[in-house]
Design a protein around this ligand. Sequence first.
Ligand SMILES: [Mg+2]
Length: 270
Amino acid sequence: MTTTNWLIATDLDGTLLDDSYPYLDAARVVDEIQQNHPSTVALASSKTLTEMLELAQCAGHRPFLIFENGGGVSWPQGVLRQPGERRVNGYEVTLLGGDIADVLSALIQARAQHGFQFERFSELSDQRIADITHLPLDNVAPARQRLTSEPVLWQDTPERQQTFVEAMAAANLTVTQGGRFLHVGRGANKARAVKYLRRKICYERGERPRVLACGDAPNDLEMINSADLALLFPGRDGRYLHATDNKHAHAPKAGPSHWLQGVQHIFAIA
Ligand SMILES: [Mg+2]
């Protein structure tokens, strides 16, 4: 049986969330869209699983999760027949990237070899993380619980960044530019994680959902380019990602209410 169905893959920071981190409002609009349109929402973020579960558990219709930029995926227990590799707080979890221990040792080695100037997320104090990310101090501990990738605060020249990317590639790792950090992990990205979840939904439910991607930063670009529809949010510099060939719309700013209006608008014109 064919059903018109959407997989809404959405970034969090700078997209569904603004700098006040309105988790309850975000959960409410995620519920609202899933109630009023045949759709499944997948939150797709550079955040950790622990951070994302906090938001997801505020929602009545629990969303799918793509955490650490696609390094891992998670879905509410019971919504798909197949289990994940592990279970955490009512969610099935599967890692698509490698283990974080490999990433950390590659970063330590690259710094020793090339003298790159950067700070690893795990080296930053709670206060610095709060200052840089605008996270409330209480939310820093969940942000540290990383499973598969490490954000890096780049403090070297832009030219040396290319050498860094090459050094990471030699260790089989990829570097993705986020809003504030470079994210280092094993070949995982949001687009690949969306495809993985879509395939799972197709296989298990016999649905072939179309994909609406929502995002603001370069780490969303591949997910946006490979989607059927896109809702673009302005980046920190106020500029939008380049328009793509697929049908897209622009939201004026980040946050739950703009996100909901944007998604409803693009469904209306699709
Ligand atoms: Mg973002």
